[in-house]
Design a protein around this ligand. Structure first.
Ligand code: DQA
Length: 152
C-alpha cells in the first residue's frame, strides 16, 4: 500500500443543488450521496479526501491557494460553470502547480456550444466528462495508481 495521499475535491457553483437540479442531466443523487460514497472509496484507497463546494469564485481560488500549505498531492475539480468563464481559476491552478483532474457529470461536448470550451482542460492531467458520478470515482482510482508509483 502506498503512503496516504491528500486529495482536495472542489465542486463549483450550483453543484450544491445536485439531486434537485435538472435531474435529467445530473441525476437524482445529492452532493451528500456523492461525498459519502467518495469518502468510503477514499478510505479503501488510503486517500485522505477533503472537500469544498462554493458558489463563489474567490472562495474556490483561496482554497486552491491554500493547497500548498495543506500538503495537497492532487486536486479533483468540477468547476461547473466556471469551467467556461474563469481565467482566474486557471491562473490559480497554474500558480500552485499541483496536478489536477477535471470532472464533469454531464458530457459538456454534447450540450450547448458554449460548454465545449474549458479554460482548464489543457492544463489538467486529464478530463472525465459525461460519466455521471462515476467520473469522480475514476479520478480517485487514477490518483491512487499514479501516486502509488511516485510515492513508493
Ligand atoms: C458541469 C457542466 C457545466 O457546463 C455546468 O455549468 C455545470 C456542471 C457538469 O458537471 O456536467 O454546472 O460541470
Amino acid at each position: 500500500m502506498h503512503k496516504k495521499i491528500n486529495v482536495l475535491l472542489i465542486n463549483g457553483p450550483n453543484l450544491n443543488l445536485l439531486g434537485s437540479r435538472e435531474k435529467e442531466i445530473y441525476g437524482d443523487e445529492t452532493l451528500y450521496d456523492l461525498l459519502d460514497n467518495l469518502k468510503k472509496r477514499s478510505e479503501k484507497l488510503n486517500i485522505s479526501l477533503s472537500h469544498v463546494q462554493s458558489n463563489a469564485e474567490h472562495v474556490l481560488i483561496e482554497k486552491i491557494h491554500s493547497s500548498k500549505k495543506n500538503n495537497i498531492d492532487y486536486i479533483i475539480i468540477n468547476p461547473a460553470a466556471f469551467t467556461h468563464t474563469s481565467i482566474a481559476i486557471r491562473d490559480a491552478l497554474i500558480g500552485i502547480n499541483i496536478p489536477f483532474i477535471e470532472i464533469h457529470i454531464s458530457n459538456i461536448y454534447a450540450r450547448e456550444d458554449f460548454r465545449s470550451h474549458s479554460w482548464l482542460s489543457d492544463i489538467s492531467q486529464g478530463v472525465i466528462t459525461g460519466l455521471g458520478f462515476d467520473g469522480y470515482y475514476w479520478a480517485l482510482e487514477t490518483i491512487s495508481k499514479r501516486c502509488c508509483i511516485q510515492k513508493k
